[in-house]
Write a protein that binds this ligand. Sequence first.
Ligand code: PGA
Length: 256
Amino acid sequence: MSQQKRRRVIAGNWKMFKNQADTRAFFSAFNPLVASVQDCDIVIAPTFTSLSAAVEAAKGTHIAISAQDVYWEKEGAFTGEISTAMLVEAGCRYTLIGHSERRQFFGETNETVFKKTKAALAAGLIPIVCIGEMLAYREAGRTENICQTQFHGSVGALTPEEFSRILIAYEPVWAIGTGRTATPEIASAVHKFVRHCAAEMFDAGHAAALRILYGGSVKPDNIQGLMAQVELDGVLVGGASLDPNSFAKIVKDWTR
Ligand code: PGA
Protein backbone atom coordinates (compact mmCIF):
# COMPACT_ATOMS: atom_id res chain seq x y z
CA MET A 1 0.00 0.00 0.00
CA SER A 2 1.39 3.41 -0.93
CA GLN A 3 3.22 5.34 1.77
CA GLN A 4 1.08 8.45 1.44
CA LYS A 5 2.04 11.30 3.75
CA ARG A 6 -0.65 11.62 6.38
CA ARG A 7 -0.81 14.56 8.76
CA ARG A 8 -0.35 13.42 12.33
CA VAL A 9 -2.90 13.87 15.07
CA ILE A 10 -2.25 13.96 18.79
CA ALA A 11 -5.51 13.83 20.70
CA GLY A 12 -6.17 13.99 24.43
CA ASN A 13 -9.23 12.34 25.95
CA TRP A 14 -9.93 13.86 29.35
CA LYS A 15 -12.77 11.45 30.15
CA MET A 16 -14.66 12.57 33.28
CA PHE A 17 -11.87 14.79 34.60
CA LYS A 18 -11.35 18.57 34.80
CA ASN A 19 -14.00 21.15 35.56
CA GLN A 20 -13.94 24.59 33.92
CA ALA A 21 -11.35 26.07 36.26
CA ASP A 22 -9.06 23.04 35.75
CA THR A 23 -9.56 23.42 32.01
CA ARG A 24 -8.48 27.06 32.00
CA ALA A 25 -5.46 26.24 34.15
CA PHE A 26 -4.46 23.42 31.78
CA PHE A 27 -4.57 25.64 28.70
CA SER A 28 -2.64 28.49 30.25
CA ALA A 29 0.19 26.06 30.98
CA PHE A 30 -0.15 24.01 27.77
CA ASN A 31 -0.54 26.69 25.07
CA PRO A 32 2.94 28.18 25.37
CA LEU A 33 4.50 24.71 25.46
CA VAL A 34 3.10 23.80 22.02
CA ALA A 35 2.96 27.25 20.43
CA SER A 36 5.70 26.42 17.94
CA VAL A 37 4.22 23.09 16.84
CA GLN A 38 2.95 23.31 13.26
CA ASP A 39 3.25 19.89 11.74
CA CYS A 40 0.51 17.98 13.53
CA ASP A 41 -3.08 18.43 14.59
CA ILE A 42 -3.55 18.79 18.35
CA VAL A 43 -7.00 17.89 19.67
CA ILE A 44 -8.33 17.92 23.22
CA ALA A 45 -11.61 16.32 24.31
CA PRO A 46 -12.93 17.74 27.61
CA THR A 47 -16.24 16.89 29.27
CA PHE A 48 -19.37 18.60 27.89
CA THR A 49 -19.50 21.21 30.64
CA SER A 50 -15.88 22.23 30.06
CA LEU A 51 -16.18 22.51 26.26
CA SER A 52 -16.88 26.25 26.18
CA ALA A 53 -14.05 26.99 28.61
CA ALA A 54 -11.71 24.92 26.43
CA VAL A 55 -12.82 26.59 23.20
CA GLU A 56 -12.30 30.01 24.77
CA ALA A 57 -8.89 29.05 26.18
CA ALA A 58 -7.72 27.57 22.86
CA LYS A 59 -8.68 30.66 20.81
CA GLY A 60 -5.80 31.89 18.69
CA THR A 61 -3.94 28.57 18.97
CA HIS A 62 -3.83 25.56 16.62
CA ILE A 63 -5.48 23.37 19.23
CA ALA A 64 -8.88 21.98 18.22
CA ILE A 65 -11.56 20.93 20.68
CA SER A 66 -13.44 17.65 20.56
CA ALA A 67 -16.46 16.25 22.35
CA GLN A 68 -16.29 12.76 23.84
CA ASP A 69 -19.65 11.63 22.48
CA VAL A 70 -22.67 12.90 20.56
CA TYR A 71 -26.22 11.82 19.75
CA TRP A 72 -27.55 11.36 16.22
CA GLU A 73 -30.99 13.01 16.50
CA LYS A 74 -31.21 16.73 15.76
CA GLU A 75 -33.31 17.54 18.83
CA GLY A 76 -36.17 16.11 20.84
CA ALA A 77 -37.07 14.25 24.00
CA PHE A 78 -33.71 12.56 24.56
CA THR A 79 -32.84 13.39 28.14
CA GLY A 80 -29.14 13.64 28.76
CA GLU A 81 -28.09 13.70 25.11
CA ILE A 82 -26.26 16.35 23.07
CA SER A 83 -26.79 17.03 19.36
CA THR A 84 -24.19 17.65 16.68
CA ALA A 85 -25.44 21.22 16.20
CA MET A 86 -24.99 21.89 19.91
CA LEU A 87 -21.39 20.74 19.68
CA VAL A 88 -20.74 22.87 16.63
CA GLU A 89 -22.28 25.87 18.38
CA ALA A 90 -20.03 25.24 21.39
CA GLY A 91 -17.01 25.44 19.05
CA CYS A 92 -16.16 21.74 18.68
CA ARG A 93 -14.43 20.57 15.51
CA TYR A 94 -14.15 16.88 16.42
CA THR A 95 -16.01 14.27 18.42
CA LEU A 96 -14.92 10.92 19.77
CA ILE A 97 -17.41 8.17 18.93
CA GLY A 98 -17.60 4.59 20.21
CA HIS A 99 -14.89 4.82 22.86
CA SER A 100 -14.52 1.41 24.52
CA GLU A 101 -15.75 2.83 27.83
CA ARG A 102 -18.98 3.80 26.10
CA ARG A 103 -19.18 0.40 24.44
CA GLN A 104 -18.48 -1.39 27.77
CA PHE A 105 -20.45 0.70 30.27
CA PHE A 106 -23.10 2.56 28.27
CA GLY A 107 -24.39 0.09 25.75
CA GLU A 108 -22.78 1.61 22.66
CA THR A 109 -22.99 -0.75 19.69
CA ASN A 110 -21.56 -0.69 16.19
CA GLU A 111 -24.99 0.38 14.99
CA THR A 112 -25.19 3.40 17.30
CA VAL A 113 -21.58 4.29 16.48
CA PHE A 114 -22.52 4.28 12.80
CA LYS A 115 -25.54 6.54 13.35
CA LYS A 116 -23.49 8.96 15.45
CA THR A 117 -20.70 9.01 12.87
CA LYS A 118 -23.14 9.79 10.04
CA ALA A 119 -24.75 12.57 12.05
CA ALA A 120 -21.42 14.08 13.09
CA LEU A 121 -20.21 14.13 9.48
CA ALA A 122 -23.43 15.75 8.30
CA ALA A 123 -22.80 18.56 10.79
CA GLY A 124 -19.21 19.03 9.60
CA LEU A 125 -17.61 17.50 12.69
CA ILE A 126 -14.60 15.19 12.35
CA PRO A 127 -15.41 11.88 14.04
CA ILE A 128 -12.66 9.95 15.78
CA VAL A 129 -14.20 6.48 15.71
CA CYS A 130 -12.76 4.09 18.28
CA ILE A 131 -12.36 0.35 17.89
CA GLY A 132 -10.37 -2.24 19.81
CA GLU A 133 -10.51 -5.73 21.27
CA MET A 134 -10.86 -6.86 24.88
CA LEU A 135 -8.14 -8.97 26.48
CA ALA A 136 -10.05 -12.23 26.24
CA TYR A 137 -10.39 -11.80 22.48
CA ARG A 138 -6.71 -11.01 22.04
CA GLU A 139 -5.80 -14.07 24.06
CA ALA A 140 -8.18 -16.15 21.97
CA GLY A 141 -6.47 -14.93 18.80
CA ARG A 142 -9.56 -13.00 17.70
CA THR A 143 -8.13 -9.45 17.54
CA GLU A 144 -8.47 -9.11 13.76
CA ASN A 145 -11.91 -10.64 13.75
CA ILE A 146 -13.17 -8.19 16.42
CA CYS A 147 -11.55 -5.16 14.82
CA GLN A 148 -12.93 -6.09 11.43
CA THR A 149 -16.44 -6.52 12.82
CA GLN A 150 -16.27 -3.20 14.66
CA PHE A 151 -14.81 -1.43 11.64
CA HIS A 152 -17.40 -2.81 9.24
CA GLY A 153 -20.31 -2.16 11.58
CA SER A 154 -19.19 1.29 12.68
CA VAL A 155 -18.00 2.89 9.46
CA GLY A 156 -18.31 0.35 6.65
CA ALA A 157 -21.59 1.75 5.33
CA LEU A 158 -20.38 5.34 5.05
CA THR A 159 -20.06 6.77 1.55
CA PRO A 160 -16.46 7.02 0.30
CA GLU A 161 -16.67 10.81 0.67
CA GLU A 162 -17.82 10.47 4.27
CA PHE A 163 -15.16 7.88 4.98
CA SER A 164 -12.46 10.28 3.76
CA ARG A 165 -13.38 12.63 6.63
CA ILE A 166 -13.13 10.28 9.59
CA LEU A 167 -10.26 9.21 11.81
CA ILE A 168 -10.00 5.78 13.37
CA ALA A 169 -8.52 5.20 16.82
CA TYR A 170 -7.33 1.69 17.53
CA GLU A 171 -7.47 1.24 21.29
CA PRO A 172 -6.98 -2.28 22.63
CA VAL A 173 -9.18 -2.35 25.71
CA TRP A 174 -6.56 -4.23 27.73
CA ALA A 175 -4.13 -1.33 27.24
CA ILE A 176 -6.46 1.48 28.35
CA GLY A 177 -5.61 2.93 31.73
CA THR A 178 -3.73 -0.23 32.65
CA GLY A 179 -0.17 0.90 32.04
CA ARG A 180 0.03 -2.06 29.67
CA THR A 181 0.73 -0.50 26.26
CA ALA A 182 0.58 -2.54 23.12
CA THR A 183 4.10 -2.87 21.81
CA PRO A 184 4.74 -0.67 18.77
CA GLU A 185 4.82 -3.85 16.69
CA ILE A 186 1.43 -5.06 17.97
CA ALA A 187 -0.14 -1.64 17.35
CA SER A 188 1.40 -1.43 13.90
CA ALA A 189 0.16 -4.88 12.90
CA VAL A 190 -3.43 -4.02 13.82
CA HIS A 191 -3.23 -0.64 12.08
CA LYS A 192 -2.04 -2.41 8.95
CA PHE A 193 -4.94 -4.82 9.23
CA VAL A 194 -7.47 -1.98 9.66
CA ARG A 195 -6.01 -0.26 6.61
CA HIS A 196 -6.43 -3.50 4.72
CA CYS A 197 -10.11 -3.58 5.80
CA ALA A 198 -10.46 0.00 4.54
CA ALA A 199 -9.00 -0.99 1.18
CA GLU A 200 -11.45 -3.86 0.92
CA MET A 201 -14.50 -1.79 1.86
CA PHE A 202 -13.54 1.34 -0.05
CA ASP A 203 -10.39 1.39 -2.17
CA ALA A 204 -6.62 1.61 -1.94
CA GLY A 205 -6.65 5.41 -2.15
CA HIS A 206 -9.05 5.81 0.76
CA ALA A 207 -7.12 3.24 2.78
CA ALA A 208 -3.81 4.99 2.17
CA ALA A 209 -5.27 8.35 3.22
CA LEU A 210 -6.98 7.06 6.39
CA ARG A 211 -5.42 8.34 9.58
CA ILE A 212 -5.31 5.72 12.32
CA LEU A 213 -4.40 6.71 15.87
CA TYR A 214 -3.20 4.34 18.55
CA GLY A 215 -4.53 4.65 22.10
CA GLY A 216 -3.87 2.82 25.35
CA SER A 217 -1.44 3.93 28.06
CA VAL A 218 0.49 6.26 25.76
CA LYS A 219 3.02 8.17 27.89
CA PRO A 220 6.02 10.41 27.30
CA ASP A 221 8.29 7.43 27.89
CA ASN A 222 6.78 5.15 25.23
CA ILE A 223 5.88 7.69 22.53
CA GLN A 224 9.25 7.39 20.78
CA GLY A 225 8.82 3.68 20.10
CA LEU A 226 5.28 4.18 18.83
CA MET A 227 6.19 7.07 16.57
CA ALA A 228 8.82 4.96 14.86
CA GLN A 229 6.01 2.92 13.28
CA VAL A 230 4.93 4.36 9.93
CA GLU A 231 1.49 2.77 10.30
CA LEU A 232 0.71 4.99 13.31
CA ASP A 233 -0.62 8.40 12.32
CA GLY A 234 -1.02 9.70 15.83
CA VAL A 235 -2.18 8.82 19.31
CA LEU A 236 -5.26 9.15 21.49
CA VAL A 237 -4.03 9.80 25.01
CA GLY A 238 -6.07 9.45 28.19
CA GLY A 239 -4.29 9.77 31.54
CA ALA A 240 -1.14 11.43 30.23
CA SER A 241 -3.17 14.18 28.50
CA LEU A 242 -4.36 15.54 31.85
CA ASP A 243 -0.99 17.01 32.68
CA PRO A 244 0.11 19.90 30.43
CA ASN A 245 3.78 18.98 30.65
CA SER A 246 3.40 15.32 29.85
CA PHE A 247 0.91 15.96 27.03
CA ALA A 248 3.17 18.67 25.56
CA LYS A 249 6.07 16.24 25.73
CA ILE A 250 4.09 13.67 23.75
CA VAL A 251 3.15 16.30 21.15
CA LYS A 252 6.71 17.49 20.80
CA ASP A 253 8.38 14.09 20.76
CA TRP A 254 6.02 12.94 18.06
CA THR A 255 6.52 15.99 15.91
CA ARG A 256 10.29 16.08 16.24
P1 PGA B 1 -5.15 5.92 28.60
O1 PGA B 1 -6.54 6.13 27.86
O2 PGA B 1 -4.11 6.69 27.82
O3 PGA B 1 -5.33 6.48 30.00
O4 PGA B 1 -4.86 4.46 28.60
C1 PGA B 1 -6.66 6.12 26.47
C2 PGA B 1 -8.10 6.29 26.05
O5 PGA B 1 -8.97 5.71 26.70
O6 PGA B 1 -8.42 7.00 25.08
